[in-house]
Design a protein around this ligand. Structure first.
Ligand SMILES: [Zn+2]
Length: 280
């Protein structure tokens, strides 16, 4: 049996943004040529994924009597190593783009160290609230953070890489961090769709009912909740079917007309700028 094709949650949102851009990518295999910002994004994702893997050792190292500054320093030093490994993993991409590894490290370092300090403080505050240290602290720690979690479901025909999942005992909360501005209330429709899909995927993976998801709009320091409801599955399935329908199209959809759509700005000249991948 041929495995049913899975649509990525990113594509559900991409279709809402621009059917033409998604069609060119999914059906015809066109990609925008690698840009520095994309490589930087990939490095950042890799750093968060690896920081997740070293967390247990860091938390177990928080022993009774260890001062806050020492804990901060140990988180910072481990995160700095993780960044170094992340940058060197992308050395060939960086070289092709003519970017120095040292410049990338300097650019990403402040945010990575800030993340290290924040997480160290979360762990310390949990430790001081509960009086737990070392192995017991790790066992009792809540929330535990899972970064860059890959989830897929053949039933939903969906796959995703979730940036961050917070685990409170047996409760899983997907958290999406957005740099753009927040709406005056709630979350943008695309973000709602994204979180709904994550909640369904996590619910299936952990066989648990997911109650909520969170969008953090970092630029305005706002945290918004998306509450699970019975209609979400219909909405997500509808969005998945829309992507399958687009893939059946014989013709390239018209330009979307959004001034900030980088693909439609190219008009009919897209073939001269986009790169066609042999395998996609
Ligand atoms: Zn467009």
């Amino acid at each position: 049996m041929v495995a049913p094709k899975l649509v990525s949650v990113t594509d559900l949102c991409a279709l809402r943004f621009c059917p033409r851009a998604l069609y060119l990518r999914l059906v015809l295999g066109f990609r925008e040529p690698a840009k520095p910002v994309m490589v930087l994004g990939s490095i950042r994702h890799k750093v968060f994924e690896e920081a997740n893997e070293v967390e247990e050792a860091l938390v177990r190292g928080v022993e009774a009597g260890v001062g806050r500054q020492d804990v901060l320093a140990s988180f910072e030093s481990v995160y700095a190593d993780v960044l170094k490994r992340g940058v060197s993993a992308f050395s060939s991409d960086l070289q092709r783009l003519g970017i120095l590894q040292s410049d990338v490290s300097a650019q990403l370092s402040p945010a990575v160290l800030e993340q290290a300090r924040q997480r160290a403080d979360e762990v310390l505050s949990f430790s001081s609230k509960t009086g737990l240290f070392g192995g017991q602290l790790w066992d009792g720690l809540s929330p535990k953070i899972i970064s860059e979690l890959y989830v897929a479901s053949e039933r939903l025909h969906l796959k995703a890489r979730v940036d961050r999942v917070e685990v409170y005992g047996s409760e899983y909360v997907p958290v999406e961090i957005k740099t753009g501005r927040a709406p005056s209330e709630g979350v943008w429709p695309d973000h709602r769709l994204q979180l709904s899909a994550y909640m369904l995927l996590l619910g299936e993976k952990y066989n648990s009912s997911i109650k909520e998801g969170i969008v953090r709009y970092v630029s305005s320091n706002q945290q918004r909740q998306v509450v699970m409801n019975p209609f979400m599955e219909y909405e997500v399935k509808g969005a998945v079917n829309d992507v399958f329908a687009l893939m059946e199209n014989k013709d390239i959809p018209n330009v979307c007309g959004k001034g900030y759509c980088t693909v439609c700005q190219l008009g009919d000249g897209f073939e001269g700028v986009l790169v066609r991948k042999a395998s996609y």
